[in-house]
Design a protein around this ligand. Structure first.
Ligand SMILES: Nc1ccn([C@@H]2O[C@H](COP(=O)(O)OP(=O)(O)OP(=O)(O)O)[C@@H](O)[C@H]2O)c(=O)n1
Ligand SMILES: C[C@](O)(CO)[C@H](O)COP(=O)(O)O
Length: 237
């Protein structure tokens, strides 16, 4: 345990997915935008932020791309411990970094597939959540009219639901190492469907804080997403 009272911040980037919905000939985090891999863009946002002590990237144990697609840096460690699901990859990463972080250190978990993250957004999250008991995440308030489709009936059964209070979760999601490890373990033991870190925190009846993110921090999921982010990143580079 650190004897210092000052908080420390670490990044953990799950990058062990296969990118099935992107249908590319390599995992989507290794596709290039503006001459760099999507993973490199995501990592750079943290390396450019002075408050981030170290960046850990979790890749598949069979990964054949990362050595070529990610530049070495003294503040960067690649962990070959990806799991079957995103939650497994995050859990394995938290276990692997345990010797180098303290229980109370803040861990910022960020999708490799969100290359539009900026140091300013990281600062916004740290500034607003760093004093919170639990932690929190970047997210976007829903701005469109929301339709709920009844999947168990005809496709025509649709209703409009109030959008007030609805947010779309982004990353980074920032929680203390021990709290996040414990909540992910409890959620797994209870077979909860965990799609982000905040779901595991909520399943333990803790309340994550929502911090307004930005559309540029969108997740690259399908081929069309590349076109939008390409023009945005071209302005930043
Ligand atoms: N077993 C997994 C699955 C996903 N991820 C990572 O989690 C992030 C968000 O996941 P998603 O966008 O769903 O990526 P994929 O699982 O690769 O995409 P798909 O579901 O289309 O296969 C990505 O950075 C992805 O690499 C991971 O580390 N380990
Ligand atoms: C964590 C996440 O980015 C929050 O929106 C998202 O849930 C990850 O994508 P997946 O498709 O659920 O794996």
């Amino acid at each position: 345990m650190s004897l210092s009272n000052s908080p420390r911040y670490f990044a953990l980037i799950p990058a062990a997915g296969v990118g099935a919905r992107m249908q590319a000939d390599c995992p989507k985090q290794y596709l290039h935008i503006g001459g760099k891999s999507i993973l490199q863009h995501s990592v750079n946002a943290f390396l450019r932020h002075a408050a981030i002590q170290h960046v850990f990237v979790v890749v598949s144990p069979h990964d054949a791309y990362v050595a070529q697609e990610l530049l070495k840096d003294e503040r960067l460690t690649v962990l070959f411990c990806g799991g079957e699901t995103r939650a497994d990859s995050v859990t394995n990463g938290l276990d692997a970094m345990a010797g180098q972080v303290d229980a109370l250190d803040w861990i910022l978990v960020h999708d490799a597939a969100r290359p539009g993250l900026t140091p300013d957004l990281i600062s916004r999250l740290i500034d607003q959540v760093g004093t919170d008991e639990v932690g929190g995440l970047l997210a976007l308030p829903v701005v469109d009219t929301v339709k709920l489709q009844n999947l168990s009936a005809s496709q025509h059964q649709v209703k409009t639901i109030p959008r007030a209070g609805l947010w779309l979760a982004q990353t980074p999601q920032m929680f203390r190492h021990r709290v996040l490890s414990d909540c992910l373990a409890s959620a797994k033991a209870a077979s909860f469907d965990i799609t982000d870190e905040a779901s595991a925190i909520e399943a333990s009846r803790l309340i994550p804080q929502l911090v307004e993110g930005h559309w540029c921090n969108t997740k690259i999921t399908r081929p069309d997403d590349l076109v939008l982010i390409d023009s945005y990143l071209a302005k930043l580079i």
